[in-house]
Design a protein around this ligand. Structure first.
Ligand SMILES: Cc1cc2nc3c(=O)[nH]c(=O)nc-3n(C[C@H](O)[C@H](O)[C@H](O)COP(=O)(O)OP(=O)(O)OC[C@H]3O[C@@H](n4cnc5c(N)ncnc54)[C@H](O)[C@@H]3O)c2cc1C
Length: 803
């Protein structure tokens, strides 16, 4: 065994082997994979091997397409059969909601380079004579779907990697991972130690145990999962052509041909987490005892829909464990707070996703950033609130919802109240309807008291619509208060603080007492942040940003600290607070703050330490509502006191509570994008319009790429559109069309209550970005007329905000 390697990958399942292959393919051949047993000794060997492209996240779907298309190349490179059957497959809807869902998927496929089409139920019956088409109302067809041989695929990755110069060792269990002072690792096995620059945890079923070797607690959980294989079915034996694969959403089940019979798998309505305390080290090629009663109901539904199954004998019943993450998506990337430690865990559809995971991780390691935005898979979307116990609760929920629809206005119930603020009970009593982000509860909107605080999951406008309209009206005409604990706050302090920020931020770094907006770019000029820089003192800055992305940004800041005399702390949970917005906000603030808060005393984009409501506070003049506004940050123990002071001072001023929905509505009529939606690493500063904040007179990360783009003009641009719709708004990822051709897609949108219009933001070719350009947006299969609006419909000159 080698004593030195650039990368050691721990785990020889399909994920580890794909990473080995992709690293070698992109040039890092000095990579070693260590497997404690034989390759495929975890969940990989007993997978059902079905492959499909559909995923909740468009970039994951894209990467699933990449994974499936890779199989032929992999087979040729490795000389190992992957047992690919490109049968095509359908997604079946048995009710209207699922049909609506499929229409949305079809819309996404238009710009994801996927070839999905609706086919008639007669066509379903022709392609798959065993299915009873009367049980369904629609079917979406994807020619990429089919099945593979799981073991063949895993070996093909490993063999191809070996041919490219990488190596792997079996029967080489990693028993220790010890970090040296320089950040490199000693990876210890019974057969020797490898000194490596980087390590990758691809431990699959043992991801938790591999993590614990380095003090890392991962919120992933293996779940029991069943599928059955039938004896020969005569109708199949008589056929020459292989049957297509299928997913029946309502049945929460998938099926395909296996030999001359069928394979049918289902996600049980009540999940069974397996080995909650930890995966036994001696578990290997064993299976679990089938629990027929767990899946009986689902099987009955399966027998109704594919009647031939009811008469077929069952040859095999498989119950095997595989690992889920808290939101069902993989957790990959450099682990925040650790050096040279990479995760590739919680990959629950390894044969659809491992190719994409391997590609992205290899690009990230070698080139510093993946080609596409991998936010939906980034391990940094979770923080330390994501305890192993919470991981088990959420992973079980996601297992049960594998093919269960989550509506755009729906929040999932399990593992809630993981983090709350001091106002939780007060706001609940006022009718807050809660959502959660980064484990923290945040009010979405306010009903008339707790008994009224409910909402039906729907693709259309819900009963919340009118309540949100009232909140917006209060902010636009009087004053509204909202909690801002959920924003991220990053503290950068020290003699080199300004120098450091000048380097990592593309925008101007403000003077003491002032605030500026700035994009943060990657070396390739992609957006990595849309942040607010506040200068509290020459050596003390506070960066406000997306709460969801706080660990992602922490990782970025920390990875650039070397060479600067500066300290960094993620202080998000040290500063809770309240935002005040609306024409009466100044008067309210003046009642509880002794400072001069007139338009001269506290200017737009000022920040200062002071006292508000008799408690120490950081006061800023900013708001995302586009209205005169203030953000008041206090330590969590002062939050309640501040809130009560505001309530008292708000008497007679029309004060109302408002939630995130109202805020997101108000920013639409200001043409403002939001991080993780409109602004993300898929796009550049010029494409998103954030280049207006760039300070071209200084050097900063990504400047060369940004300059090159400035000279060449971006090919696509972010636009805001109004849309003619009736009772329904976009819920992200819809196709944008021009003359029937897909030209872009929606990144966010909704209803702009004050101007009374359905609106969306999205990226289109630059020549379609001019004011008034007529486009179409596909909502639930309907082509809705849309028009580009270059200027904000509300307060285009920003007078109200600056006044
Ligand atoms: C019943 C069932 C049906 C499935 N059907 C499908 C399907 O149809 N389509 C699909 O895409 N996916 C399916 N899956 C999921 C798929 O199997 C997993 O997504 C995939 O196997 C995950 O691969 P992995 O490499 O992450 O993990 P694993 O396969 O668990 O690999 C981890 C490897 O790490 C090794 N290891 C652990 N600890 C150490 C250590 N300390 N040192 C060295 N090596 C170590 C293990 O021995 C193991 O080989 C199914 C899973 C099951 C159980």
């Amino acid at each position: 065994m080698e004593s030195q390697a650039r990368v050691v990958i721990i785990g020889g399942g399909v994920v580890g082997c794909s990473i080995l292959f992709h690293l070698a393919k992109l040039g890092w051949k000095d990579t070693v994979l260590l497997e404690r047993n034989e390759l495929t000794s975890g969940s990989s060997w007993h997978a059902a091997g079905q492959i499909h492209t559909i995923s909740s996240d468009p970039n994951i779907s894209r990467l699933q397409g990449y994974t499936i298309r890779l199989y032929k190349e992999l087979e040729e490179l490795s000389g190992q059969s992957v047992g690919l059957h490109s049968t095509g497959g359908f997604y079946l809807a048995s009710n209207k909601d699922w049909y609506d869902y499929l229409k949305r998927e079809r819309s996404k496929a238009r710009y994801m380079g996927l070839d999905q089409e609706f086919i008639s139920l007669e066509e379903v019956a022709r392609l798959h004579p065993l299915i009873d088409p009367k049980r369904y109302i629609a079917a979406l067809w994807d020619p990429l779907d089919g099945d593979i041989d799981p073991s063949g695929v895993t070996y093909a990755y490993a063999k191809a990697a070996k041919k490219l110069g990488a190596s792997y060792h079996t029967h080489a269990a990693v028993i220790e991972t010890n970090q040296r002072a320089d950040g490199s690792w000693d990876v210890v096995t019974a057969n020797g130690t490898i000194h490596a620059e980087h390590i990758v945890n691809a431990g699959g079923l043992w991801a938790r145990e591999v993590g614990q070797l380095s003090g890392l607690n991962l919120p992933v959980q293996p779940m029991e999962h069943h599928y059955l294989i039938t004896e020969t079915i005569p109708q199949i034996a008589e056929r020459e052509e292989r049957l297509p694969a299928g997913i029946d959403y309502e049945g929460n089940m998938y099926f395909r041909q296996e030999g001359q019979g069928m394979l049918l798998g289902t996600y049980e309505p009540v999940a069974t987490p397996w080995s909650v305390q930890g995966t036994p080290q001696n578990f290997g090629h064993e299976l679990l005892e089938p629990q027929l009663d767990h899946i009986a109901e689902r099987l009955e539904l399966g027998f109704e829909r594919i009647p031939a199954l009811a008469d077929a004998g069952i040859k095999d019943m498989i119950n095997g464990p595989f690992t889920f993450g808290p939101d069902g998506n993989p957790m990959i990337g450099p682990v925040p707070g650790m050096r040279n430690y990479w995760a590739a865990v919680g990959v629950m559809a390894g044969f659809c996703q491992a190719g994409g995971v391997g590609k992205c991780l290899a690009e990230w390691m070698i080139e510093g950033e993946p080609e596409v935005d991998v936010w939906a898979m980034d391990i940094a979307r979770f923080g330390d609130y994501a305890s192993p116990e919470w991981g088990t609760i959420k992973s079980s929920e996601n297992y049960e919802r594998r093919f269960v629809m989550t509506f755009p206005n729906e929040t999932l119930p399990r593992g809630r109240c993981q983090r709350t603020t001091a106002l939780y009970d007060r706001l609940t009593a006022r009718g807050a309807v809660w959502g959660d982000g980064f484990g923290l509860e945040a009010a979405l909107w306010f009903a008339n008291g707790p008994d009224d605080a409910h909402e039906e999951p729907t693709f259309r406008r819900s009963r919340a619509h009118n309540y949100v309209a009232t909140e917006v009206k209060a902010v636009r005409e009087a004053v509204g208060l909202t909690e801002i604990a959920n924003f991220a706050k990053h503290a950068i302090k020290g003699p080199d603080a300004r120098k450091f920020l000048d380097h990592v931020m593309a925008g101007r770094v403000p003077q003491p007492g002032r605030i500026s907006l700035s994009p943060m770019l990657t070396p390739k000029g992609k957006l990595y942040g849309d942040l607010t820089i506040a200068c509290l003192g020459e050596q003390e800055f506070m960066i406000f940003g997306s709460g969801a992305a706080q660990e992602m940004h922490r990782r970025w800041f920390e990875s650039h600290l070397d060479g600067y005399d500066v300290s960094y702390v993620n202080e998000s949970r040290r500063h809770h607070g309240i935002g005040l917005s609306g024409p009466n906000a100044r008067e309210l603030l003046a009642r509880i703050c002794r400072d001069d808060v007139s338009s001269e005393g506290l200017k737009f984009r000022d920040i200062r330490r002071t006292f508000v409501g008799a408690v120490p506070a950081i006061l800023t003049r900013l708001s995302f509502s586009g209205e005169l506004g203030y953000e008041i940050y206090v330590e969590p123990e002062y939050q309640l006191k501040l809130y009560e002071s505001i309530l008292e001072a708000g008497e007679g001023l029309g004060l109302m509570h408002y939630g995130l929905r109202a805020l997101m509505s108000m920013r639409l009529e200001k043409n403002w994008g939001a991080w993780t939606l409109d602004f993300r690493p898929d796009f550049t500063a010029a494409q998103s319009g954030l280049d207006i904040f760039i300070d071209w007179d200084k050097d900063f990360i990504g400047k060369q790429a940004a300059l090159a783009e400035r000279d060449a003009e971006p090919t696509i641009k972010l636009v805001t559109m109004t849309i003619d719709t009736d009772g329904i708004d976009v819920c992200n990822d819809e196709a944008i069309l021009e003359d029937g051709e897909c030209v872009g897609y929606v990144t966010s949108g909704g209803y702009a209550h004050h101007v009374g219009k359905s609106m969306a933001l999205g990226y289109v070719p630059a020549d379609l970005a001019a004011d008034g350009t007529a486009l179409e947006v596909e909502i639930n299969g309907e082509m809705c007329p849309a028009k580009v609006v270059a200027q904000p419909l509300y307060d285009p000159t920003g007078e109200r905000m600056r006044g």
